[in-house]
Design a protein around this ligand. Structure first.
Ligand code: HEC
Ligand code: HEC
Length: 206
């Protein structure tokens, strides 16, 4: 009898914990006015150096906001924005932006073929894994693994992040997964794969 009661209690506690870990998109919207100044009211950023957030996986957005808040990812414009967010604020904002309609990006013809080769096949001679191996053939990422959507992202933002990973300035990637990829990419390869990614659009739900 006592054991049964204990199990029931534990079940309820776990359930409450799970329920709390859910983000509320409506609450996120109410907290997002300040974010819209840079990331846009529709999740499309106001300039190409800033990331679009619309349709990004909630799990990935939440990880990044937590990393900025806790100092594991540092940026002059973003770190202060995350400094005072509670765990619940982070879940709510992540739910809100992840549910937005993804926005298609545009690639230019120049270096598109090179970019596609790298995305789909990596650079064998340099031992660089294909981006599709983790980010998926459509650039849709994987919400459970916390691998981000890349498709449609601004080429300038993507190229900046690849350079930050290459230099080790961004080092919040688990097991150095991205630093190991980026450290062998040349500038021309970074420009080409970022251009290809901008034109990769997919409808992603999570
Ligand atoms: C002053 C402009 C500005 C404001 C305001 C701002 N951001 Fe950002 N945000 C940026 C920039 C610039 C980056 C890229 C920084 C970097 O390179 O790490 C970024 C990055 C991010 C990322 C990482 C995206 C990715 O793909 O890795 C998330 C998530 C994010 N912002 C969410 C928010 C939220 C939520 C708010 C509101 C609480 C907010 N931002 C407010 C400029 C801003
Ligand atoms: C072994 C798996 C793996 C491979 C291969 C890989 N990535 Fe990643 N990538 C990740 C993970 C994990 C993250 C998220 C890191 C974090 O948590 O901040 C990421 C993040 C990124 C980001 C940052 C996205 C953002 O919104 O800030 C870019 C850009 C990126 N990857 C591009 C690439 C490109 C281009 C390639 C191929 C040349 C590639 N990745 C190959 C796992 C991988």
């Amino acid at each position: 009898m006592k054991n049964w009661f204990l199990s029931a209690m534990l079940f309820c506690l776990c359930f409450a914990g799970l329920a709390q870990a859910e983000g509320d998109a409506a609450a996120g919207q109410a907290k997002s006015a300040v974010c819209a100044a840079c990331h846009g009211a529709d999740g499309k950023s106001i300039q190409p150096a800033y990331p679009n957030l619309a349709g990004q996986h909630a799990s990935y957005i939440a990880k990044q906001l937590t990393d900025y808040r806790d100092g594991n990812r540092v940026n002059a414009l973003m770190s202060g924005q995350a400094a005072n967010l509670s765990d619940q604020d982070i879940l709510d904002l992540s739910a809100y932006f992840s549910e937005m309609q993804k926005i298609p990006g545009v690639a230019t013809e120049e270096n598109l073929a090179l970019g596609e080769n790298i995305f789909r096949g990596g650079v064998t001679a340099a031992g660089i894994a294909s981006c599709a191996a983790c980010h998926g053939p459509a650039g849709a990422g994987n919400p459970a693994a916390v691998w981000p959507v890349l498709a449609g992202q601004n080429a300038q933002y993507t190229a900046d992040q690849l350079r930050y990973f290459r230099a080790g300035e961004r080092n919040n990637d688990p097991n150095a997964m991205m630093r190991n990829v980026a450290k062998r990419l040349t500038d021309a390869e970074i420009e080409a794969v970022s251009n290809y990614i901008a034109g990769l659009y997919s409808q992603v739900s999570d």
